[in-house]
Design a binder for this molecule. Structure first.
Ligand SMILES: [Zn+2]
Ligand SMILES: [Zn+2]
Length: 290
């Protein structure tokens, strides 16, 4: 099982950290998790196209996680996608996909009529809304785990299992015991992080009250190490950095206060192979102890 970080950012615009999206290669399948801003460009950079994705899983419907859905649909069709999309998402996903389709229908009708491509099957979307703990099987096993991102409703992390390997994706959440239980002994935990010291009020942009409110539904840099330690995971990878630019040494120190195991600060286009415990990033290959 191999994990590719396509986007490690958040709503903040940063060319080095696109919106949230993760690609998993497992059992010959390509599974995409979220489709934040820039996902289609990063897929091409990662050597995959939207045309080749077997299934799209959505953690939740916050805009930073789904904003490029229509771009993914159209660009994949342009790449020759000739099979319907399979989208698995939380309650509300059917409505989201229907509203997106309604918004773009007049434009898409003209496109389809004039572009005269060989198939329109790639524009079809089959949506299934999942429930907490409902296992989805198809060569690779994916199990949603409801997390806590209140006041935003219906947010799910995922457990992905294949050939004895277990990957756990936190999605956006506060420190949440059911997620820690799901991650217990996992080969790899990918976790979001909010670095509060880096967030200062800026006149006309953000207030301390707003920063406190957003921090209250994420996991702080001073907390995430304890999550990994309690779950006793084989690898901790951080992503969904808020903000996207930060003092790396200070972040490592925050995490190291509680977690002495292997730690990766994620970057866009990093790839991590769970079986070989090998990381590929920016031309470097790092092999971790097994
Ligand atoms: Zn988010
Ligand atoms: Zn969110």
């Amino acid at each position: 099982m191999k994990l590719v970080l396509l986007g490690t950012g958040c709503p903040q615009v940063d060319p080095l950290r696109m919106g949230p999206a993760i690609l998993i290669h497992a059992g010959g399948r390509r599974l995409l998790f979220d489709c934040g801003s820039g996902v289609t460009q990063r897929l091409v950079q990662a050597g995959t196209k939207g045309a080749e994705i077997d299934a799209l899983f959505l953690t939740h419907l916050h805009s930073d996680h789904v904003v490029d859905f229509h771009q993914l649909l159209v660009s994949s069709w342009h790449q020759g996608r000739d099979k319907p999309w399979k989208v698995f998402g939380p309650p509300g996903t059917i409505g989201f996909v229907e509203r997106s389709a309604a918004l773009w229908k007049p434009e898409l009708d003209i496109r389809v009529a004039h572009e005269k491509r060989p198939s329109v099957a790639g524009l079809d979307v089959e949506v299934k809304e999942f429930a907490d703990g409902q296992t989805l099987r198809g060569g690779v096993t994916v199990t949603p785990v409801k997390v806590n991102h209140d006041p935003f409703p219906e947010v799910y992390g995922f457990i992905v299992e294949h050939e004895g390997l277990r990957f756990v994706h936190s999605a956006d959440t506060i420190v949440w015991q059911p997620l820690i239980e799901a991650a217990r002994g996992a080969d790899c935990l990918l976790h979001e992080v909010f670095i509060k010291r880096e967030m200062r009020p800026i006149d006309g942009v953000r207030t301390q009250e707003g920063i406190d409110a957003v921090a209250s539904y994420h996991t702080l840099s001073t907390e995430v190490g304890a999550v990994a330690a309690e779950a006793d995971v084989g690898m901790l990878i951080l992503n969904h950095f808020v903000p996207t630019r930060f003092d790396r040494d200070a972040l490592v120190a925050d995490v190291r206060a509680h977690w002495s195991g292997p730690l990766i600060l994620g970057e866009d286009l990093m790839a991590y192979d769970l079986a070989t415990r090998t990381l590929q990033a920016g031309g470097a290959t790092v092999a971790f102890a097994r």
